[in-house]
Design a protein around this ligand. Structure first.
Ligand SMILES: *Cc1c(COP(=O)(O)O)cnc(C)c1O
Length: 480
């Protein structure tokens, strides 16, 4: 299919119509953001989120599991909040039938602020404090214990009084890692969960369940970027086999719900959505048919795959220069919004698409160039030696597929401000762009305002300016 979209010059493979439409919406949003003044010399960087795209991904996830599960099977899709920790995004997903997986008091607060009910929230994290555990058990949030010491803390809290929280144990099936070491959760020595193949561990887990009738869930999260679906499903199969073993030894269906984690990889090389949720669900059903026959409720925890392709960072080219014969576009998007890509470009390459000063896709022959960020270190480069239409002063560089783990994860290097994030949608007639011609244009909503310099100063100890030069007080922090 001919794709007339600005794709960062990396289009490959066959496209579904929805992928092409998403890319076309992105082009339109960049143009409208410039036209409506969200982007310009005074606001040289924004994050954009495609509301229709997020809804489509949520619907695709629900449909994929509906298609493989027995009718009536309870399935909770809990969005891994860490992927895009923005309250309006969590609210949108909640409206689309997606709950929240949280891993810190902050993430739990975000989910609650978005109105995600306790019954649709799951708490994982390898370092939960007693206070966090108590809060979760009081609220009735599902908890997955990471290790024996944590289970001991939960024992003590359970002894204090009943809780509505479903509780499980996280296991590491140790099926092996993927292509990105830092993201591989199921290696032999991963820090997460109870390492199932270690000596005595499996028996310890089974006994833990037999001793605690309130342990009704079993959790594993073995996928992530760089992990093939076949390896992911192997992890799920191991977890399922353990649940079957526990239930057989218990002589009842004690484990009633399997939490299979998230981790579907995202294709960052083109606009194609691959693998799809439907493909993963089919791979899972092949590998673990018993998982879907209605005997187990299911929880999933997808993050990156729900949001990545719906976010775009757009940054103005402040200066265009050349060094050693290579053109360099100095933009406002760098390490502060694309931290992983700048520090580990081999693992996290991103597409960059070129737009002109009006936000129109840039025409012209490809030129090998570097796309740099604003930070004061030499490695702050979004792309090195990338063939793109030549970026010139006042143009815009769009960094694609950045809806998860990118612009929402600000890194405060050089005290660069967190950029504003806007959601966009096709406007109803009368709202939004209104540039005539039948299409009412693109309308924007603020998801997060840009950080102000006053906020930067306040967050950098502005209220304690003389803390180190004034008198020190023993036993007091001097907090105001
Ligand atoms: C990070 C994480 C997820 C989500 O992973 P994605 O790769 O973003 O889908 C799910 N569950 C747990 C426990 C996680 O730590």
């Amino acid at each position: 299919m001919e794709a007339r979209v600005n794709d960062g010059r990396d289009i490959s493979g066959d496209f579904g119509g929805s992928d092409v439409r998403r890319a076309a919406r992105r082009d339109e949003a960049v143009r409208a953001a410039v036209e409506q003044g969200l982007l310009g010399p005074g606001t040289p960087i924004v994050g954009l989120l495609d509301v229709a795209g997020i809804r489509e991904s949520a619907a695709a996830l629900r449909a994929a599991f509906d298609a493989v599960t027995a009718p009536g099977t309870p399935v909770l899709h809990a969005f891994a909040v860490k992927a895009t920790p923005l309250v309006p995004v969590l609210r949108l997903l909640h409206e689309e039938g997606i709950g929240a997986e949280v891993a810190s008091p902050g993430e739990l607060a975000l989910a609650r602020a978005a109105g995600v009910p306790a019954g649709r929230t799951v708490l994982d994290s390898p370092a939960k404090t007693p206070d966090e555990l108590r809060e979760a058990l009081t609220l009735g949030i599902a908890v997955n214990a990471d290790n024996p010491q944590e289970l001991g803390r939960i024992d003590a809290l359970m002894a204090e009084g009943p809780s509505a929280s479903p509780v499980g144990v996280r296991v590491n099936p140790q099926v092996g890692g993927g292509s990105i070491e830092a993201l591989s959760t199921a290696t032999a020595t991963s820090k997460f969960g109870v390492a199932l193949r270690d000596e005595g561990a499996r028996e310890w887990v089974v006994r833990a369940y037999l001793d605690r009738p309130w342990l009704t869930r079993l959790h594993a999260h073995t996928g992530s970027q760089g992990i093939p679906t076949a390896l992911m499903s192997e992890g799920v199969r191991e977890t399922y086999a353990l649940a079957e073993e526990i239930n057989e030894r218990a002589g009842r269906r004690q484990v009633d719900t399997l939490d299979i984690g998230g981790g579907l990889p995202v294709n960052f090389a083109s606009d194609e959505t691959v693998p799809t949720y439907a493909e993963y669900a089919r791979v899972l059903r092949e590998a673990v048919p018993g998982l879907f026959d209605g005997r187990y409720g299911l929880v999933t925890e997808f993050g990156r795959s729900l949001l990545a392709k719906h976010g775009t960072i757009v940054a103005r080219v402040e200066y265009a220069k050349s060094a050693g014969g290579r053109p360099i576009a100095v933009t406002h998007a760098g390490v502060q919004v694309a931290t992983r890509t700048v520090y580990a470009p081999g693992s996290w390459p991103l597409r960059v698409a070129a737009y002109d000063g009006k936000g129109q896709p840039k025409e012209g022959a490809d030129v090998v160039q570097d796309v740099a960020g604003p930070a004061c270190f030499a490695g702050d480069l979004l792309a090195v030696g990338r063939a793109l239409p030549l970026l010139e002063q006042g143009d815009y560089a769009a960094v694609l597929d950045t809806g998860a783990y990118y612009f929402a994860h600000h890194y405060a290097y050089n005290s660069l401000a967190r950029p504003a994030v806007y959601g966009f949608t096709e406007a109803e007639d009368g709202a939004g762009g209104g540039h005539g011609g039948g299409n009412a244009g693109t309308a924007f909503a603020t998801v997060r305002a840009a950080q102000t310099t006053e906020e930067i100063v306040a967050e950098a100890g502005g209220a304690y300016a003389d803390a180190l030069t004034g008198g020190f007080l023993r036993g007091e922090t001097g907090a105001v």
